[in-house]
Design a protein around this ligand. Structure first.
Ligand code: NAD
Length: 295
């Protein structure tokens, strides 16, 4: 049993912290949202009065925050984790943030003598609740070896992708592929409709042909062929268009900084941004099919 401080118990962090409690760890939670903190308490976590209070005496700190600025402030700001935590504590940031912030925060932690991993996840709120997330980690092998037994209580697949920032790099490359492929599949179904082709027939053919991909076979953007996909519940979000727009923006920032040519990523970033600007940010990202159809 470890003493774990969990900072950021929102849609993802809440169920992740609950799984650590179920695994008999002692979890102290802190969040700016009193409602989210109350939910974490109801799931068996102790409620901390402040960030510093949460991390005091912790063996491990896990953070699950919105974006890079929050992660920088929570780790490196005044009264932040690095200033408040006991020597030897392992730091794990599971938020999805830009590679540069991940590297800067890990460097700040290392300068103060702390081991840190970036460990963004895929699997969504369903995976967080079920404890089946995929963790993509960046950091040293020693830090990864210490983190793995903790992450196993929240995820099924845990991969060390490389040095600090590599976890975030793996996450945004994967999500850029996903964002582009969902648009490609949506365009295929929209064209099929105009051509009078039954969507189920397109699915039957493409899912066994060279158009096969996860966006088609696991998350089909038209109702019918894949009963579990959000298209069957009016695009109620599993993964929101707003989150996809954020990840696509991160991929484009990284592409610019690294000099990578990603024209389809750039176009996809614009389209999810448009969906968000059209007031559809809280819908599932597969609802992009309706935007592309002019609906
Ligand atoms: P969320 O907004 O539900 O939760 C974030 C929590 O952080 C909130 O409770 C907020 O109050 C808290 N917070 C913000 N600033 C804080 C601070 N300074 N101190 C303490 N608490 C603070 O978001 P989420 O859906 O849980 O996503 C969290 C991260 O996980 C994001 O980086 C997101 O991109 C990533 N992610 C989300 C999903 C998903 O499907 N929701 C999937 C994979 C990855």
């Amino acid at each position: 049993m470890a003493n774990i401080a969990f900072i950021g118990v929102g849609n993802m962090g809440g169920p992740m912290a609950a799984n650590l409690v179920k695994a008999q760890h002692k979890v102290r939670a802190f969040d700016l949202s009193p409602d989210n903190l109350a939910r974490a308490e109801a799931a068996g976590a102790e409620r901390a009065a402040s960030l510093a209070d949460a991390v005091k005496g912790a063996d491990v700190v896990v953070t699950m925050l919105p974006a890079g600025p929050e992660v920088r402030a929570v780790y490196l700001g005044e009264g932040g984790i690095v200033a408040s935590v006991d020597p030897g504590t392992l730091l794990i940031d599971a938020s999805t943030i830009d590679v540069e912030s991940a590297r800067a925060v890990a460097a700040g932690a290392a300068a103060a003598g702390f081991a840190m991993l970036d460990a963004p996840v895929s699997g969504g709120v369903g995976g967080a609740a079920a404890g089946t997330l995929t963790f993509m980690c960046g950091g040293t092998e020693e830090a990864f070896a210490r983190a793995e037994p903790i992450l196993q209580h929240m995820g099924k697949t845990i991969v060390l992708a490389g040095a600090s920032g590599a976890g975030q790099a793996a996450k945004i490359c994967n999500n850029m592929i996903l964002g582009i492929s969902m648009i490609a599949v949506s365009e295929g179904f929209n064209l099929a409709e105009k051509l009078g082709l039954d969507p189920q027939k397109l699915f039957d053919v493409a899912s066994r042909s060279s158009g096969q991909c996860w966006s088609l076979t696991n998350y089909c953007p038209v109702p019918g062929p894949v009963p579990a996909s959000p298209a069957n519940r009016d695009y109620q979000a599993g993964f929101t268009a707003a989150m996809m727009a954020k990840d696509m923006r991160l991929s484009q920032q990284a592409a610019q900084a690294a000099g990578a040519v990603t024209p389809l990523g750039a176009a996809a970033a614009q389209l999810y941004g448009l969906m968000n600007a059209a007031g559809r940010g809280q819908q599932d990202f597969s609802g992009i099919i309706r935007l592309l159809a002019g609906r």
